[in-house]
Design a protein around this ligand. Structure first.
Ligand SMILES: [Zn+2]
Length: 334
């Protein structure tokens, strides 16, 4: 590859508007680790502020040099993932709406995704409705990955070793009872893992899948809209395009999988999923990244290979977490 295509990446953009406010409240990243529980409240408050008022940088300009580098790379394909579900709601179930939209939409029929489920949460997979939906996800060719198997959305780093072992064992068994085999993918709640939890995942055959793009649609205090969804995706995809141009992302089955994260419990996401699919395609065109003729995965086995290729190999590997999470947890924890 042309050496100009492997230059080091520019500094990650942070929401500098809020950093001066957050810093005195949060302390250093190592203090964050110690005071995680208290910090969650602060994090939620500022995450809400950011989602409400926006703090999105303009997309990175496409330079002729990057354009040249992109010509040496295969096209990208979007690998869709959904966290926190399935919804236990018996009224206008958002997970069911997401599944309907993936199966039938004007862009590509029968899109397959990875659902990182909460198998025992009463508002998710711990309900009768939730169990039915996990069965539907599997029957329709999607992949079930593990998110939590506790009664709530627990941070695995706050669980004792015994509790973590127990919950991972439950999660594997819960999913195996639906799909016939234990899951191979896990997404740590709050994107938070360390050497200890990563080693536990490995003992259970679970591989960590992070994300390249995030809809930032985790529901916070009842506010679940995403008024700046188009600008958000555009900015993030321009960052991914730079990594693609530098040849940093693996090629699987002739394409570069780009992982996208949504939350299927979010009714706004469910209502707008078809629009989100269009936004992803439009963002690819606008940023100049090559998009495969099939923009989304529609084959279970291909999806599995692509997801596995994007998993974290080692807990000390640098991780690009979405939004402010990288800054909050810091790399020292890993
Ligand atoms: Zn989650």
């Amino acid at each position: 590859m042309d050496q100009r295509c492997t230059r080091t990446s520019p500094e990650q953009n942070l929401c500098t508007l809020f950093l001066p406010v957050l810093a005195p409240l949060a302390g250093t990243t190592s203090e964050c680790t110690v005071h995680m529980k208290q910090l969650f409240k602060v994090i939620s408050m500022f995450a809400l502020a950011i989602s409400l008022f926006g703090c999105i940088a303009a997309p990175i300009d496409l330079t002729p040099e990057t354009e040249q580098c992109l010509r040496e790379q295969p096209p990208i394909r979007f690998l869709l993932t959904f966290d926190d579900g399935p919804s236990a709601s018996s009224w206008w179930n958002p997970t069911a709406t997401v599944l309907d939209s993936l199966a039938l939409n004007p862009l590509q029929p029968d899109i397959k995704g990875v659902f990182f489920v909460q198998t025992r949460a009463s508002r998710a997979g711990g309900s009768e409705q939730g169990r039915e939906l996990m069965g539907r996800e599997h029957a329709e060719g999607h992949i079930l990955g593990l998110h939590t198997a506790t009664s709530g959305h627990s941070n695995h780093r706050l669980l004792s070793p015994a509790e973590l072992e127990e919950t991972l064992g439950y999660g594997r068994a819960d999913i195996a009872s639906i799909t016939g085999s234990p899951p191979s993918l896990i997404r740590p709640p709050f994107w938070n893992y360390d050497k200890r939890t990563f080693a536990a995942y490995q003992r259970h055959g679970l591989h960590v899948l992070l994300t390249d793009l995030s809809a930032h649609d985790g529901k916070i205090w009842g506010f679940n809209a995403s008024p700046r969804r188009r600008a958000n995706m555009l900015r993030q995809l321009s960052e991914v395009r730079e990594r693609v141009a530098r040849g940093e992302l693996p090629v699987v089955d002739g394409v570069i999988p780009v992982v996208v994260t949504f939350h299927d419990l979010n009714r706004y996401t469910a209502r707008h999923l078809r629009e989100y699919l269009q936004i992803l395609i439009d963002s690819a065109r606008a940023t100049g990244v090559n998009l495969a003729p099939k923009a989304f995965y529609d084959d279970h086995a291909e999806l599995q290979r692509a997801a596995m290729a994007r998993t974290v190999r080692d807990s000390s590997e640098p991780a690009a977490l979405p939004g402010m999470w990288n800054w909050i947890w810091g790399s020292d924890s890993r």
